[in-house]
Write a protein that binds this ligand. Structure first.
Ligand SMILES: [Zn+2]
Ligand SMILES: [Zn+2]
Length: 820
């Protein structure tokens, strides 16, 4: 056995093992291995934002713990890593850096800038993932912006188009006027903003009467297409079918009836505009009302706004309110706190615009999604309702086209002459229709040879929602079904509605099968003040700072132990510090054991005769193994951390190691058999602790393993040592009960010494122990030597009587006094 170095230098140890594991190739998924069962992790490819934050640390720690644990369980683990490159946020960042709007730059140039920025961001994030010590198989690394990945996105579109899931339509969609693109429901965030409710008089045509309408969006008055009231509302139902004048633009519209109008909200009279909100969309469809499009794609009033044309939405609101006031039609304005939908990338108020778009039929899959979600195993279980509720809440199909540059092209052309849609053949992809014509000589319908490319591109989620199949090797590997569905899809609570959902609908539609067998959900990381961690709240901590200060193993303990799986966990420096103190304790106890074992040659269990306290700690270690294994199986990582730290620190170090010290220092007193039993036990229990900790704190445990165990145990790395099986022969309740009692005596004596301000190793002459139970006396007699050695007390006398007037060995009905 080699000696451990004196100092625990985490930075050096972690760097060393990260490199060595890579060289050993233990992270490689072996495609040719048909012997071990396989286990696949659907690592969600992150958006490269250039910043690895504490939330990412939490995600990747979970992924990596699962990967390392399953490897030790004997699985051939696929832990892939990709990068979800496309997206609005990158385009916005490039626009800022280059001080240019994307439509003012040649698309090729703009794309190149995006790619360069992404590579910079990937490098930064990758550095943190490596420093965290994630056991990723880097031979699987991919980027969704590479044409080879487009191929998969485009192929999945072609297949779904052939199955009838893809269609084009002119429908109202969520639209970000700043980003000038359609966005999906999942990309709309909701923010509380202060709005105002305007009470406006709408004159009834041909009379001097008017109806009062309350609206928070007066700028939409030029797009008013109807006014509605509840048919049961006796104040207004006499006006149904009459005409009413739309102020400012002086058109008339009809007053219609709809039971959906809430007479108690506002004034009970509602104006329908195209489109002020989603309710307007429903009403327009229901009553087949005309649509007046009021906004341009970049959020200005168009020619339908008459004199307001050219104004921004905010300018138009101001001017229209002024005009209403001037004409005496504005009665009053009230403050109104509102929840408004905003673009999740740029926080601009989302509008609803009619646009020709590509859609995927997702609502037809709602029942299937619910059924499948119920079959998937969720960690924790209640998270499945988030997916089911989201599915059921969707009003519209998924709009999959975007009006952007940096994205996967939609592989479609149109015949210039007859408009016929030409879908790319499966063998043509990857293809950019803007750069290449369809590989046919003429339009199959009219024979024309002129084609117009589709200029819209795919929503980024179209790239990232096929990863379960892509990671498994689809469409290139014939045996891809071997790794499909993925064994686990790990994800954040905030993206269940996107990631878990889109994966589900895409794969169900494509393959008729669930994409993942289980879903592991992590919560959000909060600042130390309990609020969501964010730079603007000044409670933000960057991951490289934490990793630099405390290293990976301590940081991983914070992530795994910070709270129950799925719950939000706060970031607190003292928690990471506590993790480091635990590692230091483990290092020190290993270093001490290393010395105590310097003359130990590992032996089999059959070669030793165990003493009661050896049996006690071995039984505790078995029970720990059972509890920790169970917690790993249920992804309850906080329980794993808590159980192992408690056992190691407060049972193994504080008691067992203390008790055997004397035995190993003075073998002549105890005899060689007892020494060997203690050494055997120390050696095996420490090994068990290292193994159980290996998925959580891989670096330090590997370092200790290599010095103390590698030669004897023979595994190239602790990471590929087989996970310990619970041994029921060693787990013994009676043995533990007895041992716990002995520990209570030690603890009581320690406390007594502390109260008398004596050092722990202060010698004593006699301890008198009083107990009416014969069992107690027998038990103490069986460990007399150990007790005397540990307590440094010469005489131990047990009296068969009860004396309540002296100190108690809590919680037992046993009492004692010491003569020092
Ligand atoms: Zn936006
Ligand atoms: Zn044609």
């Amino acid at each position: 056995m080699q000696s451990l170095p004196k100092k625990y230098n985490f930075a050096e140890i972690e760097r060393k093992w990260q490199q060595k594991w890579e060289e050993m190739g233990i992270y490689h998924f072996d495609w040719n291995d048909t012997h071990r069962p396989s286990y696949s992790i659907d690592t969600p490819p992150p958006y490269p934002s250039g910043e690895f934050h504490m939330g990412n640390i939490l995600n990747w720690t979970y992924f990596d713990i699962v990967a390392r644990y399953m490897r030790m369980r004997g699985y051939n683990v696929l832990f892939p890593q990709g990068w979800d490159c496309h997206g609005l946020s990158i385009e916005i960042q490039v626009e800022k850096e280059q001080k240019i709007r994307k439509r003012d730059a040649p698309p090729d140039q703009f794309r190149k800038w995006c790619e360069q920025l992404i590579e910079r961001y990937i490098a930064l994030m990758k550095d943190s993932i490596l420093k965290l010590g994630c056991s990723i198989d880097w031979t699987t690394e991919y980027r969704t912006m590479d044409p080879d990945y487009w191929r998969r996105t485009q192929l999945s579109f072609i297949l779904l188009h052939k199955k009838g899931y893809m269609y084009q339509g002119t429908h109202p969609v969520n639209w970000c006027p700043r980003c000038e693109t359609a966005i999906a429901d999942a990309e709309v965030d909701y923010e509380k903003r202060q709005g105002a409710l305007h009470y406006i008089r709408f004159p009834l045509e041909g009379t001097s009467e008017h109806l009062l309408i309350a609206t928070s969006r007066p700028e939409f008055i030029p797009a008013c297409v109807a006014v509605e009231v509840n048919p049961e509302d006796e104040r207004f139902n006499k006006y149904i079918g009459k005409s009413i004048v739309v102020p400012v633009v002086n058109r008339t519209v009809k007053i219609i009836a709809d039971e959906a109008v809430d007479p108690s909200f506002g004034t009970g009279v509602v104006m329908i505009c195209t489109y002020g909100d989603k309710e307007d969309v429903k009403t327009v469809m229901k009553h087949k009302l005309p649509v007046i499009r009021l906004l341009t794609d970049n959020g200005r009033i168009n020619k339908n706004g008459y004199k307001y044309s050219g104004l921004t939405i905010n300018q138009a609101r101001k001017t229209i309110v002024e005009d209403l006031e001037a004409s005496g039609l504005l009665k009053k304005v009230e403050q109104l706190p509102q929840e408004v939908g905003v673009c999740d990338r740029c926080k601009t108020h989302v509008e609803i615009l009619e646009h020709k778009q590509w859609f995927m039929k997702t609502r037809t899959l709602t029942n299937e999604v619910e059924k499948t979600a119920n079959k998937v195993v969720w960690y924790p279980d209640y998270m499945k309702m988030r997916l089911i509720d989201w599915t059921k809440s969707l009003d519209w199909d998924w709009v999959i086209s975007r009006q952007r540059v940096f994205a996967t092209p939609i592989p479609v052309w149109y015949c210039k002459n007859c408009g016929e849609l030409i879908l790319a053949e499966e063998e043509w992809v990857p293809i950019d229709p803007k750069l290449e014509n369809p590989r046919i000589s003429e339009c199959p319908k009219c024979g024309s040879r002129d084609f117009i490319p589709e200029r819209d591109v795919f929503d980024t989620w179209m790239d990232s929602s096929i990863t379960c199949a892509v990671h498994a090797g689809w469409p290139d590997r014939e045996d891809w079904k071997r790794l499909f569905p993925a064994d686990v899809h790990p994800s954040g609570i905030d993206i269940i509605r996107t990631w878990a959902y889109y994966l589900m609908v895409r794969h169900l539609a494509l393959f008729g099968e669930t994409p993942y067998k289980s879903c592991l959900i992590n919560g959000m990381v909060l600042g130390s003040d309990g609020r969501k961690m964010s730079k603007s709240l000044k409670n933000y901590v960057a991951a490289p700072e934490v990793l630099g200060k405390y290293g990976s193993d301590a940081t991983r303990q914070w992530a795994a132990g910070g709270g129950a799986t799925g719950s939000d966990i706060p970031f607190r420096w003292p928690d990471v510090e506590y993790g480091r103190r635990f590692l230091l304790k483990l290092w020190n106890v290993s270093s001490f054991a290393n010395k105590l074992l310097s003359d130990y040659k590992p032996v089999y269990a059959e070669a030793v005769t165990l003493e009661p306290l050896d049996k006690w700690i071995l039984s505790k270690a078995e029970n720990l193994t059972q509890k920790v294994t169970e917690a790993f199986e249920k992804c309850q990582f906080n329980i794993v951390v808590e159980e192992i730290r408690n056992f190691t620190w407060h049972v193994f170090c504080d008691y067992y190691v203390e008790v055997i010290k004397d035995k190993l220092y003075n073998p002549d007193v105890y005899g060689p058999a007892k020494k060997l039993a203690a050494q055997y036990t120390l050696y095996e229990v420490l090994y068990r602790v290292l193994q159980l900790l290996a998925p959580m704190t891989p670096h330090l445990t590997e370092e200790i393993y290599q010095f103390m165990y590698a030669e004897d145990k023979g595994f190239e790395s602790l990471q590929i040592s087989p996970w310990p099986e619970y041994n029921p022969e060693l787990g013994n309740e009676a043995v533990e009960k007895n041992g716990d009692f002995i520990m209570a005596i030690i603890s009581a004596v320690r406390q007594d010494k502390a109260e008398k301000k004596l050092p722990l190793n202060a010698p004593g002459k006699t301890i008198d122990i009083y107990s009416a139970s014969e069992e107690t006396a027998n038990l103490i007699n069986s460990v007399r030597e150990d007790l005397a050695g540990t307590l440094k007390i010469v005489n131990i006398r047990v009296h068969p009587e009860k004396r309540c007037d002296i100190k108690q060995i809590s919680p037992y009905d046993v009492y004692f006094q010491i003569e020092y």
